[in-house]
Design a binder for this molecule. Structure first.
Ligand code: AP5
Length: 289
């Protein structure tokens, strides 16, 4: 297994394999570029030298942390694996445009549109909403100027190989595919205890992430598909499709143990994103010289 600084027993990089859809390889996940001691990587050596020399170098280091190229990230995982929770944390640090397929569908339902009515029939059964509804919805959101300018964080899409292929055909290529892995016995508990704040959009859990005040607690709502019965159906759908999607993104996949606390999960994702930014910036720097 590659010995990247952010890869450990709870975070496993998938085996390299020829992807069916060609995405740029993640050189920064390669042990030849980043060692666990952080001393052999070109990027890490910049970091070490800057510590030993002067403040000017720390400014260089700081500028390397800031993405010069918008990030394009996908996050995937079973129902209640923590995708939405991590997206809140990622967007607040990296200012990416968060595009959640489930949220787009729920917005259609709330608007009472024809697509929303059709989508709800599938969501009630824990099934995938047909591509003709989902694909264009996601494509339209990705095509907005803010997504191109700031970068995007795609949550819960693609969920099938046909959705992945459609995205590729539209020219949207991710830099990184994050997969949250959580044991199934934890997922049901997370789903039934989940609550949402309709005012701030924040995700809570009655036990693991309780609301801060009585006022917030009083206004929390529950999703119509957050029952034990429905989450089992959603899980079945996830298990049927996840491998076909993963196989398309193997070379850019980072698997994270999502059963840990949300802060620890975020620290691992944060580390992967920082390394990706450094790698991208180093490549751009080399191209400029
Ligand atoms: P969607 O809304 O995407 O639901 P999902 O995939 O089932 O995922 P969830 O939103 O339930 O969970 P999450 O992983 O975001 O977890 P969260 O952070 O909230 O999709 C709904 C439906 O829409 C699908 O079933 C399908 O029908 C349809 N659909 C969506 N996308 C589609 C697509 N691409 N194609 C076709 N159909 C599509 O966390 C859950 C709870 O756990 C919270 O209470 C949180 O506080 C807690 N929690 C989170 N992390 C931790 C942690 N580390 N420790 C303890 N508690 C935690």
């Amino acid at each position: 297994m590659a010995s990247c600084p952010y890869l450990n027993s709870s975070m496993v990089l998938s085996k390299p394999k020829q992807p069916a859809v060609s995405f740029p390889p993640l050189d920064f996940l390669n042990s030849q570029h980043l060692s666990s001691s952080s001393s052999t990587s070109p990027i890490s050596s910049v970091r070490c030298r800057s510590r030993q020399t002067n403040h000017r170098h720390s400014l260089v280091r700081a500028s390397m942390d800031k993405p010069r190229k918008p990030l394009k990230i996908m996050i995937s995982g079973a129902p209640a694996s923590g995708k939405g929770t991590q997206c809140e944390l990622i967007t607040s640090k990296y200012d990416l445009v968060h595009i959640a397929a489930g949220d787009l569908l729920r917005a259609e339902i709330a608007a009472g549109s024809e697509n929303g009515k059709r989508a709800k029939e599938y969501m009630e059964k824990g099934q995938l909403v047909p591509d003709e509804i989902v694909v264009m919805m996601v494509k339209d959101r990705l095509s907005q100027p803010d997504s191109a300018e700031k970068g995007w964080l795609l949550d819960g899409y693609p969920r099938s190989s046909s959705q992945a292929t459609a995205l590729q055909a539209f020219g949207f290529k991710p830099d990184l595919f994050i997969l949250l892995e959580v044991p199934e016995e934890i997922l049901v508990d997370r789903v039934v205890g989940r609550r949402l704040d309709p005012v701030t959009g924040r995700i809570y859990h009655l036990t693991y992430s309780p609301p801060e005040t009585e006022e917030i607690a009083a206004r929390l709502t529950q999703r119509f598909d957050d029952t034990e019965e429905k989450v089992k159906l959603r899980l079945q759908t996830h298990n049927q499709n996840v491998e076909s999607v993963l196989s398309l993104f193997e070379d850019i996949t980072v698997k994270v143990d999502g059963g840990l606390s949300k802060e620890v999960v975020f620290a691992k994702i944060d580390s992967a994103l920082s390394n990706l930014i450094e790698q991208n910036n180093a490549i751009l720097g080399m191209a400029a010289t």
